[in-house]
Design a protein around this ligand. Sequence first.
Ligand code: NDP
Length: 250
Amino acid sequence: MDRFTDRIAVVTGAAQGIGAATALRLAIEGAAVAVLDRNTPEDTLEQIDRAGGTARGYVCDVTDRDSVQSVFDRIATDLGDPHILVNNAGITRDDLFFRLAEDDWNAVLSVNLTGVYHCTQVAQKYMVAQRYGKIVSLSSRSALGNRGQANYAAAKAGIQGLTATLALELGPYNINVNAVAPGYIATAMTAATADRVGMTPEDHQQSVAERTPLGRVGQPEEVAAVIAFLASDEASYVSGQTLYVNGGAR
Ligand code: NDP
């Protein structure tokens, strides 16, 4: 498939995990990809290079409006005006609500929700001017409620409301805005969760797999494939939606 020929895509938090898999997928299908993360995303750039794709790396903290603006300015000069934005950067700071520290509340809201506000507000200017854009943001199954994740659940539910609203406001400019809500995907984020509850990643994944209709946890590439669909013209009449990618769990 070559769905992204001549497209410029921006993926945040793309040094590893779902973001890295998404950047690779978009590049393999022809996009020139801006790979953003807090640190230089060397591994992702190497993978894309090995696959014959085009990418450039940018150090960008999505919580910092000025950092976001200056990186988008550079992307426009280096690669061209962006057509696709994948808001993937995310963190967890889990704790039960009664003792959830304000710093952990603020950190999670700042990266997972305010970061989406920053990147989307900057990106939409290019998209409105082009009368073309695809915005896909990472929500989570945790948006429906997850013990120990009040901050994360609030941020990820916020993304769903933001997505529905942006679809209304940006639809007239031919911009599709959607979210994906993964269940348990095997990445560094879920490995850290396993560590916090005193389990190995393998045992933790096994326990989740036993409660999942498809009988296993998900892989980053399986989320990347759905993001790529929503970022493509195959999904041209899909907007304002949150698509759960969770192995059938309710
Ligand atoms: P990872 O922790 O593996 O990767 C997230 C990346 O985001 C890291 O490279 C991280 O950098 C980067 N990042 C963190 N903060 C910032 C910031 N302020 N600015 C720029 N980049 C930042 O996570 P996953 O791949 O597992 O998750 C990707 C997205 O999918 C997240 O939004 C997550 O909430 C969501 N998701 C994940 C699920 C899962 O099961 N894995 C399930 C549901 C949703 P650093 O390492 O330096 O912190």
